[in-house]
Design a binder for this molecule. Structure first.
Ligand SMILES: NC(=O)c1ccc[n+]([C@@H]2O[C@H](COP(=O)([O-])OP(=O)(O)OC[C@H]3O[C@@H](n4cnc5c(N)ncnc54)[C@H](OP(=O)(O)O)[C@@H]3O)[C@@H](O)[C@H]2O)c1
Length: 348
């Protein structure tokens, strides 16, 4: 097999394609020949050595990659749900940037008929993130207004679609006018440019009563403004800190990290109770072994894809060996839709 390996934290040159012995499935596990692996912003954090669960579960060297689509090669003992030759997609706690991945059967799902392998490789992480935020952490009621940051990207595009699917009204913030179309395509009722000097006035005018939910992956840059944009009973969902890392640099600035860390708002529970708002935070990578919840999430998502309430995001594909280019593109902050890596395995 071949895989991308990062031996120690650093820039794009740390993403090296290496050969390794083929994997063999133990009991309960499934060996998948990967056709497409999703590229998630968290993979860039893994490469930079800033991702806590990567250090906790793997350490160095590490092969990044949280999701994939491909074909079952072999199944281990006690696996009856899958068979060799079957098209599947799923999640893995690291290791997706490879031609083979070995996962517990519970982290694997049959490929829905309306999805190609190329599209499916980029679906699980971003849609499960949005599902966990909006379904598991929030109880949405029809008509609620939901504000989504980075709305034209992976999680953002999935969140806009799910908001619509749950009968609510998504409003997006994006980093540039060239991203408006992508956000609108995924259901945003209104889209604002984060660089507009009157951004937060525009955000307020779109929901004078405040937002029921704000999805914020930016960290220090926007968290307090997002909290202030909530209506009473509103929930701020924190799931990323992208503003801690500079655009296009490939490496963190430790001065910037420290400054942003100390400037990150600390929310006071007494004031939160008084204003009747909550702040919630999560990291999906800790939840991949919560198999019951994972199945519930994927089942609901697959049903929504089947009735076309959800559609896979537009993909930009890079060869596996060019993972560095994909990271460079994602860290430019200019991409829309979903970035994926293709292993070049022949299509079925
Ligand atoms: N906690 C979790 O479980 C979880 C799971 C998945 C993703 N996430 C987080 O969700 C966010 C989106 O992830 P994604 O994979 O879907 O990426 P993405 O949104 O497709 O791409 C990243 C986007 O983040 C914005 N951004 C802001 N500051 C940035 C910076 N310094 N460098 C690069 N991009 C920056 C840019 O959009 P705009 O300029 O349009 O804002 C950029 O296009 C990330 O922060 C990621 O860590 C968290």
């Amino acid at each position: 097999m071949e895989k991308i390996q990062i031996d120690k934290p650093g820039g794009y040159d740390r993403l090296r394609l290496v050969s390794a012995p083929d994997l063999e499935p133990a009991a309960g596990k499934v060996l998948v020949s990967v056709h497409v692996a999703g590229v998630n912003y968290a993979d860039c954090m893994v490469r930079m050595g800033l991702y806590a669960s990567a250090k906790k579960y793997v350490g160095w060297p590490i092969t990044p990659g949280f999701d994939f689509a491909g074909i079952v090669e072999k199944v281990g003992a006690n696996v009856s749900k899958f068979h060799p030759g079957q098209q599947v997609f799923g999640v893995t706690r690291f290791g997706g940037y490879a031609t083979q991945v070995l996962v517990p059967a519970a982290q694997l799902f049959p490929l829905p008929p309306e999805m190609s392998l190329a599209q499916a490789g980029g679906v699980p992480t971003v849609f499960l993130t949005a599902w966990y935020a909006l379904r598991e952490l929030c109880r949405l009621r029809p008509g609620m207004k939901i504000l989504v940051h980075s709305a034209s990207g992976g999680v953002g595009g999935a969140a806009l679609q799910l908001t619509r699917a749950f009968g609510c009204e998504p409003i997006g913030i994006v980093g540039g006018a060239h991203k408006f179309e992508a956000a609108k395509k995924h259901g945003a009722a209104q889209v604002f440019d984060k660089r507009a000097p009157d951004l937060w006035d525009q955000v307020r005018r779109a929901a004078p009563e405040g937002y029921a939910v704000v999805m914020d992956p930016n960290g220090e840059e926007t968290l307090m403004k997002s909290y202030q944009a909530l209506r009473p009973t509103g929930r701020l969902l924190v799931y990323g800190f992208s503003s801690m890392v500079p655009l296009n640099r490939g490496k963190p600035s430790y001065l910037r990290l420290a400054t942003k860390y100390f400037k990150t708002p600390r929310f006071n529970p007494i004031l939160m109770t008084g204003s009747n708002k909550s702040v919630m935070a999560f990291n999906l990578s800790y939840l991949f072994d919560h198999h019951e919840m994972l199945a519930e999430g994927m089942d609901e998502l697959v049903e929504l894809f089947a009735v076309r309430k959800l559609t896979p995001l537009d993909i930009q594909s890079f060869p596996l060996a060019h993972a560095a280019e994909a990271h460079r593109a994602l860290e430019s902050g200019t991409t829309t839709g979903k970035l994926v890596l293709s292993t070049g395995a022949p299509s079925p």
